[in-house]
Design a protein around this ligand. Structure first.
Ligand code: NDP
Length: 250
């Protein structure tokens, strides 16, 4: 496991001139990180399912004086490969490159023993948490290579690194994400301009965390804004050359 350098302080214009695609940007961690990226100068492409949520992030970025973001509504559950190709074509036309890709969108599914795990929920979780990041990354590779310094980060979880009872498809999807990240890092290391890492946000105050642990005291959890430094580190030039690592945001 890797953590960001102790006392890391990102510069205010760390992400200036960078174009970064964030999935699941309308809520929770993705929302906080997308706004934080924009506050550090990035042009953020907000991808998510619920247009209203994306629009409110868009408005907040502009109100805060950030660079003009993009909105790309997409339901990762039903997305076909052609949909990813269309997204890449639109990004290529508008920006000509991609400097960052944060795979953040995810669903919990259900917490149940494998014996009682619903098959259709298993498939949904694997689709959104693992198959969609695979297809989106594959489609984006050429565009990422057009950047002199591109960063791709996959969102993992504690149970993706150490599977535990009752975490079912969610833990399997996150273990798969770790494998995908490691494979891509290995396959691309020789190129030197593109890095792949995974990040475990740790417990964060969001709707998903509440779904998993409804009884806990939410006030004791960190907010998405409080784990922002790890994401800034991974998407700025301070982490250039670091690839194939498993980061902890907390
Ligand atoms: P939230 O449930 O708060 O947000 C999830 C985001 O994913 C939402 O923006 C949601 O969009 C989007 N999303 C879900 N389904 C789809 C879909 N079919 N198509 C497109 N977008 C979709 O979760 P968190 O912010 O808590 O989690 C973010 C990531 O961090 C996840 O990968 C999660 O597994 C991981 N994580 C979170 C932890 C925590 O404590 N919160 C701990 C460890 C890992 P919409 O709102 O429009 O549905």
């Amino acid at each position: 496991m890797t953590t960001i350098p102790r006392g890391y302080t990102p510069s205010q214009d760390l992400l200036k001139q960078r174009v970064i695609l964030v999935t699941g940007a309308g809520d929770g961690i993705g929302r906080g990180v997308a706004k934080g990226f924009a506050a550090h100068g990035a042009t953020v492409i907000l991808l998510g399912k619920t247009i209203k949520k994306l629009e409110s992030v868009y408005d907040e970025i502009l109100e805060a004086g950030g660079p003009l973001p993009g909105i790309y509504p997409m339901d990762l559950m039903g997305a076909k490969y052609k949909d990813y190709e269309d997204l890449v074509a639109a990004l290529d036309k508008e920006y000509g490159r991609l400097d960052g890709l944060l795979h953040n969108a995810g669903i919990l599914g259900e917490r149940a023993p494998i014996e009682h795990h619903e098959v259709h929920i298993w498939q949904q979780v694997l689709q959104i948490n693992l198959s969609a990041p695979f297809a989106l990354t594959k489609a984006c590779l050429e565009l990422l290579y057009k950047s002199a310094d591109a960063s791709v980060t996959f969102t993992s979880s504690g149970v993706g690194r150490k599977p535990r009872a009752y975490w079912g498809a969610y833990a399997v999807s996150k273990a798969g994400i770790e494998a995908l990240s490691a494979i891509l890092a290995d396959e691309t290391e020789h190129r030197g301009t593109l890095r792949f890492n995974s990040i475990n946000p740790g417990p964060v105050r969001t709707a998903m965390r509440h779904q998993a642990f409804p009884a806990e005291d939410r006030d004791k959890l960190l907010t998405p804004e409080q784990i922002l430094p790890a994401y800034l580190y991974l998407f700025g030039s301070d982490s250039k050359g670091i690839t194939g690592q498993q980061f902890e945001a907390q």
